[in-house]
Structure formats: structure tokens, C-alpha cells
Design a protein around this ligand. Structure first.
Ligand SMILES: *Cc1c(COP(=O)(O)O)cnc(C)c1O
Length: 417
């Protein structure tokens, strides 16, 4: 097995054999050879229907021909300049056109950078220090947001190396719970920002309760708190304008990534002009990057986003609903104690008897059962993210045959676990 050998070799040179932790599942991850449409191929000659899609970016599937051609053309002309390009304006205009809260955009290299900069910006804008985030929400790998729940309201560093002093400024509360947020805001005046994944996509898939996002909008407005939607997953996934369009709630700032780069590294923050103009060099809030606005990523983003019109989302969401309806039927027909969660083209099955509305609910799931389910699917050449606490995605390239085969495999797997 080539993947097994490669993983053994990789572990000698890369911590854990991988460059991002979720990729290292047991006994060894398959190593990719290529991707094509809805399929990913490994070095051992297998091909899988891919519901990981690089953890979300590939809404057009692997190696979209239009994007490939445009990137090839750009590559011939150079891959980085350190001076601006016209395409940066074009992509910014597209983002502003599609995303309701976006009046100006700063392009960065990752979602992590986007949330880090958006938090700094919110602090500068409000002149306040603290931020509120939700338990189980993921906003990238930087210190401000690597906080986990401790005893009571005080959070703990979620990684060695994160100073307690840093996370003292981060207040952690449960999602979908109005009372907890009311309390946090009443007992603390120094709150600059509330950052939220409008649909939590890094703890499985947890949608907001009816009216909850509107409540967040109202209470932040009343208390001069900047509302940041972290739409690194939901942006260009749920609809053309992301979750803010889908749910009809406009935040002050949005962070984007994943789909925005059309499969290449990118991130962005965007929002109201009055806030965005505080960023250097038009303002004083420091933000910079050698590869910001990189011409390859910008080109890929441009030719991805301009394929994403209303009809695209109708078709993508039809597929998403088809697979979720199919899974729900399987659960009902077999009277299984599982919870399907999801909307549009994102979903997850929780091995959980209870509905999942927040981090604590999600953590009650049976991860051993999930692990068996993951491996059964993998044996049948269906690849989903290897964790109960990730989310499955569809692309436009997933056809009805892929979905049919997936449903058969899922039924067999969850009936026998
Ligand atoms: C993936 C993700 C990030 C981090 O983006 P990177 O490009 O991996 O740094 C931030 N927020 C959310 C909601 C994400 O899903």
C-alpha cells in the first residue's frame, strides 16, 4: 500500500505526517494523486466520491476547466508581483456585488488571517478590547480565538503556548442561547466584537435557531458591538451572498476564505466603508502580507465566483437537499437513533440521540460509531471528513448517480453499526 508507506515516511519529516491535524486519521490517510469533478483519486489506484472537497472550497468540484485554464494563463505571466493588479479590483467588485455587508474588501491569504485582522479592526473601531465567541466555533488557528470552556464563565487556552493573558479578552458562550449572550453583555462593558459562524461548520453542522441571527444583530447594534460573520465556510456556499443573504441578516464585517479562492489559498475581510477604511494604508489599523491579493489566487477566485449565479445555487442546493432527504428517509425507515443536521449543500450525521444545537450537544455524540461509519464509507470509496466534528459538502459536479450510490452505502453503513 503506497499510502501506508508514504504516511510512515511522512511521519519522519512532518509532525504527525501531515500539515494540518484533521488529515491524520487512523490507521493512515490516503495520499492524493489527483482530483476530477466529484472524485478524488489516491496513489493506490482508488477513486472516491468526495464530500470533503478540501474542507469546503471546491463548490465547482476538482479541477474546474475554466479555472484551470485561466490560472494556467496567469501562471505564464508570473505568480507574484508585489504591486497591484486589475483583477484584484474585479474580484473585490464581485464580492461587493454579491455579499450584502461588503462595501470594501481586504484580501489576505487564509481564513485565519481574515478573522485575526477583523478582530483587530473591530477593537480599533470601538476602542474596546474583549470579544465574544461561541463554544465549538472555529475561527482559525490564532491566539485570540483558541479558547475552550473551563469552569464557569472563564475560558482556558485551547492549546499550549496560548497565553492566559491573551484569552482573558475572549468570552466564550454557548450558541443558540439568548440568555447566555444577554448575560455576557450585561456583565461586561468592554466588548468590541461578537464573532460567529452563522452556521457552525467546525463542530459538525449546526444551523442557527429561527430568529437567532436577527437577535445577534439587534443586541450587538444596541451595545455598540461589531458583529462579525465568519463566513469562511458559508460564504458563496449557502447562496450567492452567503449566510447573510440566506438568513437576511447583515453583519458589520464578514470574513471569507475557502470558496473565495477557487481552490487556491486566500482569505478576505469585508464590510462597511467606514470601518474598512481604518485599515492601513488608508487608516492606521495594521494589516499587511507579501502574498495578499496574490494574482494566482485572485484569478482562481474571479473565475470561480463568476460561475456562481442564481441557477448554480438552485442546482447545488437541489443536490444538497436530495442527499439530506435520502438520509432522513433511511434514518426514519430503519428507526435509527441518529440526527441528521444540515441545510443547502452542507450536512452531517450525528451519532447522537438528541438534537444538536450547540457544542455540548454535539459532544454527546458517539465518536467511536462515527469512526466506524467513516471507515465503512471509505471502504466503499466514499470520502467524508474523518471526524464527527466536521461537515460534509457537495459540489455542482456531484451527479444523481453519485448521490444514489452514496445513499446505498450510507444505509448499509448506518444500519450495521
Ligand atoms: C476554515 C475556517 C477558518 C480558517 O481558515 P484557514 O484558511 O484554514 O485559515 C476560519 N473560520 C472558519 C469558519 C473556517 O471554517
Amino acid at each position: 500500500m503506497k499510502s501506508e508507506d508514504l504516511f510512515r515516511e511522512a511521519q519522519k519529516f512532518l509532525p504527525g505526517g501531515v500539515n494540518s491535524p484533521v488529515r491524520a486519521y487512523k490507521p493512515y490517510p490516503f495520499f492524493a494523486k489527483k482530483g476530477e469533478g466529484s472524485k478524488i483519486f489516491d496513489v493506490d489506484g482508488n477513486s472516491y466520491i468526495d464530500y470533503c472537497l478540501a474542507y469546503g472550497p471546491l463548490v465547482l468540484g476538482h479541477a474546474n476547466q475554466k479555472v484551470v485554464n485561466e490560472v494556467k494563463e496567469q501562471l505564464e505571466k508570473g505568480s507574484a508581483y508585489g504591486v497591484p493588479t486589475e483583477n484584484e479590483i474585479e474580484l473585490a467588485k464581485l464580492v461587493i456585488d454579491k455579499v450584502p455587508c461588503a462595501e470594501m474588501v481586504r484580501f489576505v491569504n487564509s481564513g485565519t488571517e481574515a478573522t485575526m485582522s477583523s478582530i483587530r479592526l473591530a477593537r480599533a473601531f470601538t476602542g474596546k478590547n474583549k470579544i465574544i465567541k461561541f463554544e465549538g466555533a472555529y475561527h482559525g488557528a490564532h491566539d485570540y480565538v483558541l479558547v475552550k470552556s473551563g469552569s464557569g464563565a472563564v475560558g482556558l487556552p485551547d492549546s499550549p503556548g496560548v497565553p492566559v493573558d491573551t484569552i482573558k479578552n475572549t468570552i466564550l458562550i454557548p450558541f443558540n442561547n439568548r440568555e447566555a449572550l444577554n448575560q455576557a453583555i450585561t456583565s461586561e462593558e468592554d466588548i468590541a466584537a461578537l464573532i460567529v459562524e452563522p452556521v457552525m461548520g467546525n463542530i459538525g453542522c449546526i444551523p442557527p435557531k429561527d430568529g437567532y441571527l436577527k437577535f445577534l444583530r439587534r443586541i450587538t447594534q444596541q451595545n455598540d458591538i461589531v458583529l462579525i460573520f465568519d463566513e469562511v465556510i458559508t460564504g458563496f456556499r449557502l447562496s450567492e451572498g452567503g449566510a447573510q443573504e440566506y438568513f437576511g441578516v447583515t453583519p458589520d464585517l464578514v470574513t471569507l476564505g475557502k470558496i473565495l479562492g477557487g481552490g487556491f489559498p486566500i482569505g478576505a475581510l469585508a464590510g462597511r466603508k467606514g470601518i474598512m477604511e481604518m485599515i492601513t494604508p488608508s487608516g492606521h489599523v495594521y494589516q499587511a502580507g507579501t502574498f495578499n491579493g496574490n494574482p494566482i489566487s485572485i484569478t482562481a477566485g474571479l473565475y470561480t465566483l463568476n460561475q456562481l449565479d442564481n441557477n448554480f445555487y438552485k442546482e447545488l442546493n437541489r443536490k444538497g437537499i436530495a442527499i439530506q432527504d435520502g438520509i432522513q428517509d433511511i434514518i426514519d425507515d430503519n428507526r435509527l437513533n441518529l440526527k441528521l443536521a444540515g441545510l443547502a449543500s452542507m450536512f452531517q450525521i450525528y451519532f447522537n440521540e438528541r438534537d444538536v444545537w450547540n457544542y455540548k450537544d454535539a459532544k454527546l455524540s458517539d465518536t467511536e460509531k462515527f469512526n466506524k461509519y467513516f471507515h465503512k464509507l471509505l471502504d466503499e470509496k466514499i470520502f467524508i471528513p474523518p471526524s464527527q466534528f466536521e461537515c460534509c459538502f457537495l459540489s455542482l459536479m456531484h451527479d444523481d448517480e453519485d448521490i444514489q450510490k452514496t445513499l446505498e452505502v450510507v444505509e448499509e453503513a448506518i444500519r450495521t453499526i
